[in-house]
Design a protein around this ligand. Structure first.
Ligand code: C2E
Ligand code: MG
Ligand code: MG
Length: 708
């Protein structure tokens, strides 16, 4: 505290600049009574010294000072580096002209030292202080707003998005710089942008759809979320996602229309690459199994309407394996391509030739009127195949065996028809090859086998024939284990250890998957908790959930109960679901997934790339991980299509903030490829085969020791 000052009051500090010592003291005591802390100065120089030391909230300034007048002091302060606090000027005489110029110069108020002066001063000081406080708050709010606006603009630019606002009352329309950036319009020209001008950027082919959407938005207040193409200022074509929302008025009308525009060109491109690759066989360019089933479904529907037949021909080349083994894979591939060409030449335009994999082909004959037509076609295909293939200098004799199933006699859905055609094909092979067989019920040994499998599967749970093995998932960068996938094994009393692919589908069809799946979940969670309790590094356990399990109403309750019973924290459980599982009823699935996510459980999309591969949908699901199917990983380092798929999946997964896991990594070259493409995690034989519980315990023990 200085001789002339008494420090801070609770209401703030006031610098009193007054050369009349008596009056200065009176002012001070009156302000101190009201809770202000005061500092005194008797000259202009003294005032400047004080202001250099501290910055008071307010200044009371006498107009006439010994060394300068109040206005001169203010002018000096304004031109210098010192900060001028809000001030009230006091003078000894009433002078309107002086008062006006003082106020013009920026004084907050002006008081004459008359008899009531000391009574009025505190309330004036109080008001000025309040005004000044409000101003300061406003200024800092404005600054914060400006800063956050600048940050938003930057963020929008990075995200390749922009926002717009439209006031329907005033017709005012404004866009963020992000939109200008997207369309390639300079910020200056963006100031005068109109809705009409903006709509001219829409691609002519999409214009009508956009216009209708915007009209419904304006007239009926229907929020929108559309995708369309736009043509930028420089002619580049982009695909954008536009969304519009409405801020309602109290009376129900629209107070404000607002929305966003997002560049999704890259995502769309990757999606179509993935889809193209997911539906076609890359060797022959023919439809693959997925598309084949789709076409068959359509053919059935059409035949049903037109009361016609569909023929499904399942073709397998005879002794193709020996071609591959003796002449090598490259020759094998050439043979397959030539066979594909021949098949396509024989059938009609409306028929489908597909390759299921290996040397298996399917021909779908649509809209057939008579079984004889199918007979004839099967014969023609065999005859055509029997013509020797010319491979460089060699002549190669190929033949095939064909199984035929016909809609509606041999099945009325695509699975049944394919399965029965397959059965008939085996019969043809068994006979003497190079022939075709129509399916007949007696061939159904497979069905009998299945029934037996089903019966023993029903008893397996009660007889404790199931066990789990665990396969580590590893962080590609650190090399440390982050999770283990639990995989089921069935120790069949007669057939030995059975892999899930041989019985999960039967379990699905019969509903047995529900109790089996629950057993897997409970066992995996309990085991993981036991490992944690034993003091090993805490890892997540990943459990596969099948479609039927996911759809049952009890799933959420079962998962919660299992976590509760076993005491495993939700963050140590991950559920793996395939795309088709979540896509069949996307809305319901999104709801279930959100609930699971809400519980703190991790979620992964399994076998990605083999199904819909729809990243647009995927963004609606609360997923954490994307597992690239092992079929793409297999040839990743040698097959350009597979590497393109994998690369696109990794990039798109990252753009949706998902971690990407590659399954089935078997070789160093696959690992290197994935590492270069920034894949996050890997799983596969290279790092370890699925381990029994005991072997896994040993591994965890070693892992925990190495981390100490
Ligand atoms: P998935 O979920 O994609 O599991 C990975 C499969 O790839 C496992 O086969 C695993 O043994 C195999 N694998 C791992 N690394 C490699 C590798 O480097 N190369 C190759 N070629 N394969 C590798 P598995 O155990 O035969 O399981 C097959 C499928 O059965 C699983 O595929 C999963 O969809 C299903 N499954 C397994 N256990 C369960 C279960 O408890 N419930 C349900 N619903 N399905 C399960
Ligand atoms: Mg899995
Ligand atoms: Mg998988």
């Amino acid at each position: 505290m200085t001789a002339n000052g008494r420090g801070r009051g609770e209401r703030g500090t006031v610098l009193i600049v007054e050369d009349d010592e008596g009056l200065a003291y009176l002012i001070r005591s009156s302000l101190e009574e009201d809770g202000f802390g005061c500092e005194l100065a008797a000259t202009g120089e003294g005032a400047m010294r004080r202001l250099r030391e501290a910055s008071p909230d307010l200044m009371i300034l006498d107009y006439s000072l010994p060394d300068m007048n109040g206005m001169e002091l203010v002018t000096t302060l304004l031109s210098g580096a010192l900060q001028l606090p809000p001030y009230v000027m006091i003078t000894g005489r009433e002078d309107t002209r002086l008062a006006v110029s003082i106020m013009r110069q920026g004084a907050r108020d002006y008081l004459v030292k008359d008899v009531e002066f000391l009574d009025r001063l505190p309330s004036v000081v109080m008001r000025v202080k309040k005004e000044a406080d409000t101003e300061r708050r406003l200024k800092s709010a404005e600054k914060a707003l400006r800063e956050s606006e600048a940050k938003l603009a930057k963020a929008q630019q990075l995200a390749r998005m922009g926002s717009w606002e439209w006031n329907p009352q005033t017709g005012e329309f404004s866009c963020s710089d992000g939109i200008g950036h997207l369309l390639g319009i300079s910020p200056l020209r963006m100031n005068s942008i109109t809705v009409e001008r903006l709509s001219q950027f829409v691609h002519p082919a999409d214009y009508e759809q956009v216009r209708e959407t915007v009209e419904a938005f304006k007239v009926a207040g229907k929020p929108f979320d559309i995708e369309c193409r736009i043509v930028c200022e420089d002619g580049t074509e982009l695909v954008v996602n536009g969304q519009g929302e409405i801020e309602p008025q109290a009376d129900g009308g629209a107070a404000l229309f607002y929305g966003t525009l997002l560049d999704i060109t890259e995502r769309k491109r990757a999606e179509s690459v993935i889809q193209q690759l997911a539906y076609y066989d890359t060797l022959t360019g023919l439809p693959n199994r997925t598309l084949c089933q789709d076409r068959l479904r359509q053919a059935i529907a059409q035949a049903h309407r037109e009361r016609r037949l569909v023929g499904v021909l399942f073709l397998d080349l005879d002794r193709f394996k020996s071609v591959n083994d003796t002449l090598g894979h490259l020759y094998g591939d050439r043979v397959l391509k030539m066979v594909a060409d021949r098949l396509c030449r024989v059938v009609r335009e409306s028929d489908t030739v597909a390759r299921l994999g290996g040397d298996e082909f399917v021909v779908i004959l649509t809209a057939v009127n008579h079984t004889d037509d199918i007979n004839e076609m099967a014969g023609r295909i065999l005859a055509d195949l029997a013509v020797p293939l010319q491979l460089d200098a060699n002549e190669l004799f190929t033949t095939g065996s064909i199984g035929v199933a016909i809609y509606p006699m041999d099945g009325d859905d695509e699975q049944t028809l394919m399965k029965n055609a397959d059965i008939a094909m085996y019969k043809a092979k068994e006979l003497d090859k190079n022939n075709y067989q129509f399916f007949c019920k007696e061939m159904n040994v497979k069905i009998v086998e299945r029934l037996m499998l089903e019966a023993s599967l029903r008893r397996a749970l009660a007889r404790s024939e199931f066990s789990l093995v665990y396969q580590p998932q590893i962080d590609i960068n650190t090399g440390s284990i982050i999770a283990m996938e639990a995989l089921i094994r069935w120790c069949h009393p007669d057939l030995g250890v059975m892999l899930p692919d041989t019985f999960i589908s039967v379990a699905e069809e019969t509903g047995l998957i529900l109790p089996i799946g629950e057993w897997v979940l409970r066992t995996a969670c309990a085991q993981n908790k036991a490992w944690q309790d034993a003091g090993y590094v805490k890892l997540r356990v990943a459990v596969n959930i099948s479609a039927r399990q996911f759809k049952q109403k009890e799933l959420l309750r079962t998962v919660a109960a299992v976590l509760d019973e076993t005491g495993l924290e939700p963050k140590f459980l991950e559920l793996e679901l395939t795309e088709s599982t979540v896509m069949t009823d996307a809305l319901e699935a999104a709801h279930t997934l959100r609930k699971l996510k809400g519980m703190g459980i991790f979620l992964a999309i399994d076998d990605f790339g083999t199904g819909y591969s729809s990243l647009s949908y995927l963004k609606h699901f609360a997923m954490d991980r994307l597992k690239i199917d092992r079929s793409f990983v297999h040839d990743i380092a040698t097959n350009a299509d597979d590497s393109a798929i994998a690369e696109a999946i990794i990039a798109m997964g990252h753009s949706l903030n998902l971690r990407v896991v590659a399954e089935g990594v078997e070789s160093k070259s696959q690992l290197e490829f994935l590492r270069e493409r920034n894949c996050d995690e890997i799983q596969g034989y290279l790092l370890g085969r699925p381990l029994s519980r005991e072997a896994c315990t040993d591994m965890l023990r070693a892992e925990s020791c190495s981390q100490v």
